[in-house]
Design a protein around this ligand. Structure first.
Ligand code: SAM
Ligand code: SF4
Ligand code: SF4
Length: 349
């Protein structure tokens, strides 16, 4: 595995979709459960303790995930991200990390987590070959953070997770912050100030209409440009070139050299044209868009004994039919009543 990710050339062997976008990234959700209930993802009133999450036998096993990941890598996928739900709730995740890190062609293996369980797993993940971690942190204010985690998480847990990752040698972390109008937007400068000079890359993500249950409203979205202007007024920012076309975040640096920031402006400035990401849900469905309504079942054929070759052809065929560009068509599709999407905790970010 070659790390860190440098500028990656488009893999000419990878299948292209109907809009010419070549498959290059796979996000693997290892579990649909979560220890938090962020209102923008998994609102507590919709997901009570007795909610019917997947049972263990319904989830892909590590053998099945590894097999599919090899097939995806064979097709040209170079980047894998483990996500969820909360991926650290999946028992022995480091065993899966070790298997995925050993796959030929995988250049980058990353994890997205809310951090609560990271301190107890950081060393095992690192030893298994994980090199990159993204942590979610929506506010430094304890009350606002708690609200953004649906009352199930404390800001101190994420700060401990950051420390644990630093101690374990993870180096630069990405820190994701979803910004909701009227909830955590005023804490943005404080967050920026906290991570300036830390070596970590804070990324602001626009609130998206993923799933159907988070009560998304356009007026709750804070455009990235507005946040940039606020930060720029205090600490001037300069744009940086994208490292790879498929990168979701635009990159900015502090003019005084105090580090880098990212902005995922998926609502105000969609980037479907360069979207090369496939998503695999914990129960083995392939989603070709974060906003897809349905996934394509891979677990059935896998468990029915389909060969690697047939699975490869199946996945390539599904990808070649892909015409998704929801974010670019959001206004038009929502006006037409297309608002049913898979929940984000089922397929990860
Ligand atoms: N539980 C882990 C976490 O929170 O980092 C991983 C899964 S979570 C679905 C992945 C990312 O999606 C998180 O950074 C989260 O903030 C982001 N996310 C969830 N719902 C979102 C929404 N409605 N709009 C924008 N980002 C969202
Ligand atoms: Fe859980 Fe992550 Fe969704 Fe929050 S964003 S509810 S931590 S899966
Ligand atoms: Fe990719 Fe779908 Fe997001 Fe567009 S809306 S960037 S196609 S996941």
């Amino acid at each position: 595995m070659t790390l860190p990710v440098a500028m990656r050339l488009m893999n000419e062997r990878a299948p292209a979709d109907a809009l010419g976008r070549r498959l290059s990234d796979l996000r693997i959700s290892v579990i649909d459960r979560c220890n938090f209930r962020c209102p923008y993802c998994m609102p507590a009133d919709q997901y009570a303790h007795d909610h019917a999450f997947l049972r263990a036998r319904e989830r892909l096993s590590f053998d099945e995930i590894e097999r599919l990941a090899r097939i995806f890598a064979d097709l040209g996928v170079r980047k894998l991200r483990l996500t969820g739900g909360e991926p650290l709730l999946r028992r022995d995740l480091s065993e899966l990390v070790a298997r995925l890190a050993a796959i030929d062609g995988v250049e980058d293996l990353a994890l997205t987590s809310n951090g609560a369980l990271l301190p107890r797993h950081a060393q095992a993940l690192r030893d298994a070959g994980l090199r990159r971690i993204t942590l979610s942190l929506d506010s430094l204010d304890p009350d606002i953070y708690r609200r953004m985690a649906g009352g199930r998480g404390e800001v101190g847990q994420v700060l401990d997770a950051i420390e644990a990752a630093e101690r374990t040698g993870f180096g630069t972390l990405k820190i994701n912050c979803v910004v909701l109008r009227g909830v955590n937007e005023d804490g943005v400068p404080e967050l920026a100030g906290h991570f300036r000079g830390s070596g970590h890359v804070l990324r602001f993500i626009e609130y998206m209409d993923v799933g159907t249950l988070n009560g998304w409203r356009a007026d709750r979205v804070v455009p990235g440009a507005e946040l940039r202007a606020r930060i720029h007024a205090r600490w001037p920012l300069e744009p940086l070139p994208r490292r790879a076309l498929s990168e979701t975040a635009s990159r900015w640096r502090y003019a005084d050299g105090k580090g880098e920031l990212g902005f995922v402006d998926s609502v105000s400035a969609p980037f479907c044209g360069n979207c090369t990401r496939a998503r695999l849900s914990a129960d083995g469905k392939l989603y070709t868009c974060l906003f897809a309504r349905n996934g394509h079942d891979l677990r059935g054929p896998l468990r029915a004994g389909e060969s690697d070759e047939a699975l490869r052809a199946r996945i390539a065929g599904l990808w070649s039919l892909r015409g998704d560009r929801y974010s670019e068509r959001r206004a038009e599709l929502r006006a037409a009543g297309v608002v049913e999407h898979v929940e984000m905790f089922k397929i990860g970010g």
